[in-house]
Write a protein that binds this ligand. Structure first.
Ligand code: PGA
Length: 265
């Protein structure tokens, strides 16, 4: 893992946007998009670069990470709506290039299998953006998710439903079930960007990065991935024990290296 502690949320957003821009400009790209508050600054920066600097997504595909079960695509809090509102409607993806899960599918297991197959058919995800839940979830892989899991239905924890209640009129309106890419699915992305902002995420970030690989903290599965960039602000880093070391190594990062792993297409 490359762990980069940045002074503030703007710098996290700009660095994440740099990584995505580099991949999108390099040729047809498959980008994994997350919802939640954390990536919003990154999306705003990508939209700005699209408008002002010619960054184009016409050759790119996007796959959403997860979706609420039971919400129609037209519901303002369905993740298909959120992604349209926060990024897709403001850049130039082709009309059929933004892929989401159908939370109303009559057969959620079949929908999940279809989704994994469509990611594979697109050639896999090049860059996957992730936030992290206060309970350590990525996507909606709640604690005890199999580290090898595929896209499937999950039950949200009470904590996650409370965390997400701010997006709904009433706390009880937060759906109880979701479809989410599995941890095994996420681990197949070629480059994973884990973003963490604010003190509320400090415990989860510390468990994910410095704790043991354990289903209790699903984000810790990323320790098994060969190309993860963790971008966090100072508040989200506040429970890490080895911040000085991360800052030392980032300071020594060879200028030629960038964020591309060796031997990537
Ligand atoms: P947040 O959620 O970005 O809204 O904090 C992150 C998550 O639950 O994965």
């Amino acid at each position: 893992m490359e762990i980069i502690v940045l002074p503030d949320t703007d710098q996290v957003a700009r660095t994440a946007a740099d990584i995505i821009e580099e991949r999108v400009r390099r040729g047809p790209a498959v980008v994994g998009l997350a919802t939640g508050s954390t990536p919003l600054g990154t999306y705003r920066e990508l939209i700005r670069r699209h408008r002002e600097e010619g960054l184009s997504f016409t050759d790119a595909h996007a796959f959403l990470l997860d979706e609420y079960v039971g919400l129609p695509a037209s519901h303002p809090e369905s993740y298909r709506s959120v992604i349209r509102r926060e990024i897709a409607d403001h850049v130039d993806f082709a009309s059929d290039a933004v892929h989401g899960l159908d939370g109303e599918a009559a057969d959620p297991a079949a929908e999940a299998a279809r989704y994994d197959a469509s990611i594979a058919a697109a050639g896999g995800i090049d860059v996957q953006i992730l936030g992290i839940g206060t309970d350590g979830h990525i996507g909606f892989n709640e604690p005890m998710s199999s580290l090898a899991s595929r896209t499937r239905i999950k039950t949200l924890t009470e904590q996650t439903r409370r965390d997400n209640a701010r997006f709904f009129a009433r706390p009880d309106d937060v759906p109880e079930h979701v479809l989410t890419q599995g941890l095994g699915t996420i681990l197949e992305a070629r480059h994973v960007l884990l973003l963490g902002l604010g003190e509320a995420k400090a415990g989860a970030v510390a468990a994910a990065v410095e704790g043991p690989v354990a289903a209790l903290c699903p984000a810790s599965a990323l320790q098994l991935h060969q190309h993860v960039t963790v971008l966090i602000d100072a508040a989200a880093a506040s429970e890490l024990e080895h911040t000085e070391y991360y800052q030392y190594t980032y300071g020594k990062k060879p200028a030629w290296q960038g964020f591309r792993a060796a031997r990537r297409r």
